[in-house]
Design a protein around this ligand. Structure first.
Ligand code: AMP
Length: 432
């Protein structure tokens, strides 16, 4: 199904063509026709499916079809996103789609100056993309009003709830005087989400491009059971021996992310950081280096990586399993896109075995465990003894618990550096 067959303005079709969009993705095929007819939409769509165009193109076209003069402090469409990165990305996509038409878009989110955002809102805007927290500040200060809002979108609604934005969402909803056409997109559905969906949607068309809480079929999932204090070494070895060239590594703690990047660099693997303490421009720079292949590894925390356009990767590694099993779906959504094979690897220590079961329940499949020679976790009894003598460590302290004597560590590192230098050699198989 092509975009020109969907009655979009030729200027939009031309812009989409320049973006490399010829055919509608499945979520676009399902969402665009009912959205154009004015229905509310409840969409179960994973990251990387083309959902931004699915909700924004019908709105852009409707704005073009029913032109209204812009009024100060008024927006015609509001799109809510959980993170500033996602908000910026949605706004950028819309700018790309509206290159040849007169539709204005503004993005407002925390971390940028209020005053420049106030100036943008003062002029009035067709499409406003915002994070809930910053938007509430503007609402409270009277910088924007939604009494005549025509369109409302919740993108990655599950993440907004996880991040505790429910109060802000209610404040925003209370500022409406009528029901705008509303679309809610989410990769996962919890009971809290279903309650929210019932409150905000009227007779929605339900669409789904994947099983609920499922991950793409093109992703090969594997679990490597490994002790916490051997994970870093295993990561370097896998990258080197399997000759992985582009790897997104998820960690739960910022401290682990910092430590891991330093350690990978010592092993001769160029790695960049993406976590909440890094400013937005630093995160974007890291992402650019990673995408351009200047860095082989990007180490990220969930919230920081959220919204960054880093789909279509060959390898995603869960260095730690996520605290929330649903986040596994988000993380893995970065790989295995557009029919390409993706590789989703999880390092699972004894502490994380329960979380693994929860992950398997969420994705509805059992993940293959492979014990790698040399990395077998300590037997459960030894692990329990260790727990009784020392508190389980998390984060930076892990390094000091590393049982590897200095000399052996130096030798291992030298071996690793040599191996990584031969980065373009054919991948060798790890025994496992
Ligand atoms: P999204 O799920 O909106 O983040 O989109 C994921 C990626 O797919 C982005 O890089 C989009 O630019 C791209 N994309 C969206 N729709 C299409 C399409 N119809 N054809 C090709 N690429 C697309």
């Amino acid at each position: 199904m092509s975009f020109s067959s969907q009655n979009f303005s030729p200027e939009i079709v031309r812009a989409l063509d320049e973006c490399g969009y010829q055919k509608l993705t499945p979520v676009q095929q399902q969402a665009i026709p009912p959205a154009r007819r004015g229905h509310d939409i409840l969409a179960n769509a994973q990251t990387g499916t083309g959902k931004t165009a699915a909700f924004s193109l019908p709105i852009i076209q409707k704005i073009l079809d029913t032109p209204k003069a812009r009024k100060p402090k008024v927006a015609r469409a509001l799109m809510l996103a959980p993170t500033r990165e996602l908000a910026a990305q949605i706004a950028q996509n819309i700018k790309d789609y509206t290159r040849y038409v007169d539709v204005s878009v503004a993005a407002i989110y925390g971390g940028n100056k209020m005053s420049s955002q106030v100036n943008q809102l003062e002029k009035g805007v067709d499409i406003l993309v915002a994070t809930p927290g910053r938007l509430c500040e503007h609402l409270e200060q009277g910088n924007v009003a939604f009494s005549t809002l025509d369109f409302l979108v919740f993108d990655e609604a599950d993440r907004m709830l996880d991040m505790g934005f429910i109060g802000d969402i209610r404040t925003i909803m209370n500022s409406f005087h009528h029901h705008p056409q509303t679309m809610l997109f989410s990769a996962t559905f919890s009971s809290q989400m279903n309650v929210l969906a019932k409150e905000i949607l009227v007779k929605p068309k339900r669409i789904s491009v994947a099983m609920e809480n499922s991950t793409a079929e093109t992703v090969a999932h594997v679990v490597y059971p490994v002790d916490e204090d051997r994970k870093r070494e295993l990561l370097s070895e896998l990258i080197g021996k399997k000759n992985w060239q582009q790897v997104l590594v998820f960690v739960n703690y910022k401290e682990n992310a910092n430590m891991l990047v330093k350690e990978l660099k010592l092993d001769g693997i160029k790695a960049v950081l993406c976590h909440g303490d890094k400013g937005q421009s630093a995160r974007r720079r890291a992402l650019a280096e990673f995408k351009e292949g200047k860095a082989r590894v990007m180490v990220a925390t969930d919230v920081a990586a959220r919204g960054l356009d880093i789909q279509g990767l060959p390898h995603v590694v869960n260095y730690d399993l996520p605290f929330l099993a649903e986040d596994y779906v988000h993380r893995i959504g970065r790989t295995g896109r557009a029919g390409q094979r993706g590789n989703a690897v999880s390092f699972v220590s004894r502490d994380e075995e329960l979380t693994l079961v929860q992950v398997e329940n969420v994705i509805g499949q059992r993940i293959r465990r492979i014990e790698l020679a040399g990395y077998e976790p300590k037997p459960r009894d030894a692990y329990l003894d260790k727990l009784n003598t020392k508190p389980a460590f998390k984060g930076r302290k892990g390094r000091t618990n590393n049982p590897e004597p200095d000399q052996a560590g130096a030798e291992r590192r030298a071996r690793m550096r040599n191996m990584i230098k031969n980065r373009n050699k054919a991948p060798t198989k790890l025994k496992g």
